[in-house]
Every structure is written in C-alpha cells, then in structure tokens.
Design a protein around this ligand. Sequence first.
Ligand code: FNR
Length: 378
Amino acid sequence: PPLDTLLNLDEIEAAATTQISKKCWAYYFSASDDLLTKSLNNAAYRSILLRPRVFVDVTRADTTTTLLSHTLKTPLYVSPAAMARLAHPDGEAGIARGISRFGAMQIVSHNASMSPEQVVADAAPGQVFGWQLYVQQNRAKSEAMLARIAKMPDHYKLVVLTLDAPVPSKREHDERAGIEARLVIESAKSAEEKKKERPDANSGVGQQLFFGTAADLTWQTTLPWLAQHTTLPIVLKGIQTHEDAFLAAQYARKHPGTVRAIVLSNHGGRSLDTSPPAVHTLLEIRKYCPEVFDAVEVWVDGGVKRGTDVVKALCLGAKAVGVGRAALWGLGAGGWKGVERTFEILQGEIETCMKMLGAKDLSELGPRFINTRAVERD
Ligand code: FNR
C-alpha cells in the first residue's frame, strides 16, 4: 500500500510484515519466552490517562529539546537495533535518511548490518548519532571499535553501553525460524563480522549475533575501562530498577564526564521476560530516588506506538524516548521513505497530544498532565 495511506504504527507494521522475509519478521517481532514484557511495555502506557487543560493558546507546540548538550528538534530517537538490512537494502543508512527531516538522534547498533562509516556517509550536517557497544570477551576488539568511532567526531557523539543482555535469551519465534539464519546473515554482514557466527545452524539470529559478547561486566571494572577508551559521553542502556538508577547517578556524580544518561529499557522485551516496563521504573525512581533526574538524563524505550505514549513518558520525567521496532517496520514497509512516514506519524501525534493537553513546549510537561493510578495498582 502507498505509504501515505498508512495512518498509524500498527498499519506500518502490518505493511512491513507482508513485504519482508519470514525470517526477518521472526527476528524483529520476537521477544523472550511468552512475550509478556513486550506486551506490557505498550500496555503500561495505555493504562496511564491524560489530564488535558483548556483555555491555553496552543497554536504552536514546540518539541525542541537538548540531549547531552545537543539541541534536537524532537525527543524521539531511534534505539539501536541489529540488522536493518534484513528488512530493506537501505539499512541503517536509510534510517538516518528517513529521520533527518525530523532532526532526531539515531543510535547505531553494535550489530548493525552496515559499518558505522557507511551509516553516516550521507548523513545531514549536524545529524546526531550514538554508537552502541556490546563489550566483547576479547576487549581488544571493543577497544578497536571505540577507536574507529572516535575518528568520526562530527557524527558519533555518544557511546551507549547495553547492559540488559548479559547472556542470550530464549526467543522462540527467532529460534524456530533459525534454519535460514546463516544464509541471511551472510548476505547482510561484512566479512569481518561473519567470523562471529556461531557454528550451530539451528539457533536464531539473536543467538548468533551474541557470540563473543562478554558476561562479566561490573560497575567496578567496566566503566573505568570504558572511560579509558572513549572521551564520548557514556549512556547506560537497560537499567530496570531504582537501585541501579541510583548507582548510575552516584557513579555519574563521582566521575563527571563519564556516565551522562541512562536508558530505562528491557530491550523491547527481548531479554528477561516479566522484567518491568520503563513506566514502572520511572515511577520507582520518582518515589525512591528522584535526585537521579538531576544527576543523569533519563531516557526510555520499549513499546512506543503512539505520540501519547511518548508524551506520557516525558510527563514522568524521561528526557528522550526511543523506538526500536517502529523504525525497522518503517524500513520494511518502504525503505527510507517508510522510516520517514513512521516519524511523520509519531511526531504529528506528539504535537497534537501536547496541544490537546495545553502544553506549548516540552518544559511544561509534567505529572500534572497524567493520572497513573491504574499503573500504580499493577
Ligand atoms: C533490538 N535492541 C537492541 N538493543 C541494543 O542495545 N543492541 C542491539 O543490537 C539491539 N538489537 C535489537 C534488534 C531488534 C530487531 C530489536 C527489535 C531490538 C533493543 C532496542 O534497542 C530497544 O531497546 C527496543 O527495541 C525498544 O523496544 P521497541 O521500541 O522495539 O518496543
């Protein structure tokens, strides 16, 4: 179907599903075990109600924000997700092209299907990228990647360290469709990356990509090591409790210029099933350690399908909101133009929601605009 007939993210996902391979669908759609966290990620937003105020001049709603000192036109960003070229040859560079009009940030996955150089080759001037790191058992490999990223300071402005996937999880859709996996990875990955492949043909793409990843990261050893090998701000992705948010904030206070943001994320429900949605973790932080919001920027991802979802997260204190699958489905539905359509829909919904609420800019958003009673009962 023509992209402009697709009106929401579910329709984009449905369109992508008819166009991509079964294997690609299984990899993108999959989540761990029973997919409970994947559904709760979205359901948590749905059970928060909005409290619109009237008699406010909302001729315009401004979504400009500052993330780690970069002025961006929107708080919406693309979360790191592996293997975009499984969906469309435009790949991760197509995502960059699709979001450029919206001035959104993009985090490029460690397991991207294009090299970090290729992704930014045609990027718009000033477009902000982050690079996501899975620390490798062989630390020298990670150090070499960080050195490579450091050579592109005009593009890569931050390093995102993913912490919520220390071991591979059980993604049954992906594993069941695993037989084709080797072939598909070969077609999409560079020769260097192919060496990481697991020999057992029957595991899913997720398991194959995981091969070589370290499981021994700690607060004490990993952050000092990382700070030695990058001068970029560090973002910790996959924080799921107020306790860890507190530790991250404490680390940030003690070591200025290292950890600057955390992402409340459960990997789109792809790591530990029944782990909490970002909304729950945001509520915990507000209750037990609200000082975290002053020490680090708090970003969230998982389950975002509507502009109202984004605005609710911002009202709870999130500074930025990421989408993982939405960008991939956009790519599957129509290459870079599908990504552009996805962002056009979401950005339009965010602005409409702000106007309906009576909020002229993001600084006005806060808990007064939402009713979280139903989530607090969960
Ligand atoms: C991911 N995610 C992810 N995260 C990460 O840190 N590194 C990675 O390589 C990947 N790869 C990946 C592949 C695919 C296909 C998906 C769907 C997700 C997780 C991602 O960054 C993000 O946390 C979730 O996708 C957010 O949830 P939604 O928006 O997909 O619901």
